[in-house]
Design a binder for this molecule. Structure first.
Ligand code: ATP
Ligand code: MG
Length: 301
């Protein structure tokens, strides 16, 4: 299964380009899923097909989903609550539901929910291609860096837990082990087991996002500000060891905006290590499977 992330500044054409690939790949008989991760969805508008949070069949081999972030957050939190309740029964007296309600609005929750949606699809293996239409750059970078950030946190928490378990063992040595005292060995401690499980999960996602099967396609317009932002995006992806498949310049119209001819030279110079494809500005914006497939066939293949 191949996974592609379409990334770039707001309005450059991420959804249109991702949908063009989806229309083309599915027309070739590849089972293709396109997922919109942008809370302000317009994938359905571009595909000209009503979409929802469930994976919906759009054509023989084309499936699509617009992730409902609130629903994904609720699912994630109820999974956490169930896990906590099962492991730590005494928490039932602590008004766990109240805490979980507040967590819904905590910073980072939206990014975590989007990562949950990504996880659901990248490990599923149900499709030949999974294409992610993402939210504008800043938001997407926060999502993609989340596993690495979480790893730093979980490693610190593991250290803290080790100190606690060390202290428990010291007390046991002095006072002897009480019959109902909590375990002091790492292998028996539920909190440590959970922290290690989270660590393994973060490592697995991080590894997957950097694997050869997962590629990133930055999209920009031939304008100075999107170019600067794309340089930052490319250096972020490189730093995190993520594979850039190619770069796409969309809505190119040097006849109408002569400055674009200069900027595109700059783009080819700055990104000379990458394959660059150019899609012209079209008087009729591509919409619907036929028009989208045409864009892919004429400009991207
Ligand atoms: N090559 C093109 N020629 C003409 N219009 C285009 C082209 N590509 C995209 N558009 C139009 O430009 C607008 C923005 O495109 P699109 O929604 O694909 O961008 P986006 O990067 O996904 O935006 P957002 O960041 O808001 O999600 C849409 O109205 C789309 O139909
Ligand atoms: Mg979009």
């Amino acid at each position: 299964m191949k996974v592609k992330f379409f990334v770039g500044k707001g309005g450059v054409g991420k959804t249109s380009v991702a949908a063009s690939y989806a229309a083309y790949l599915s027309s070739k008989g590849y089972r293709t899923l396109i997922v919109s991760l942008d809370p302000a969805h317009n994938l359905g508008d571009i595909l000209d097909f009503a979409l929802c949070d469930d994976v919906t069949r759009v054509d023989d081999d084309l499936f699509a989903r617009e992730v409902d972030i609130d629903r994904e957050i609720a699912r994630y939190l109820s999974k956490i609550a169930a896990g906590l309740k099962a492991t730590y029964r005494y928490l039932s007296v602590l008004n766990l539901e109240g805490y979980i309600d507040i967590l819904k609005f905590s910073p980072g929750m939206e990014e975590q929910a989007i990562l949950e949606a990504i996880k659901r699809h990248i490990f599923s293996g149900e499709f030949d291609f999974v294409l992610f239409d993402t939210a504008p750059t800043g938001h997407t970078l926060r999502v993609l860096s989340l596993p690495s950030v979480s790893l730093i946190w979980v490693e610190e928490l593991i250290k803290v837990r080790r100190v606690i378990l060390d202290r428990r063992r010291m007390i046991e040595r002095v006072k002897g082990k009480m019959p109902d005292s909590p375990p002091s060995e790492e292998e028996e401690d539920e909190v440590m087991k959970e922290l290690k499980r989270i660590k393994e999960e973060c490592l697995a996602i991080e590894e997957k996002l950097k694997s050869e099967d997962v590629t990133y396609i930055p999209i920009l317009n031939a304008e100075e500000v999107p170019l600067i932002e794309t340089e930052r995006l490319v250096s972020f992806l490189r730093r995190f060891g993520m594979h850039i498949e190619r770069i796409i310049v969309n809505k190119y119209m040097p006849e109408r905006i002569p400055k674009q001819a200069e900027v595109i030279k700059e783009i080819f110079k700055k990104f000379k290590d990458y394959e660059i494809k150019v899609i012209p500005y079209m008087d009729v914006s591509p919409r619907g499977l036929k028009a989208l497939r045409e864009v892919c066939l004429t400009c991207l293949i």
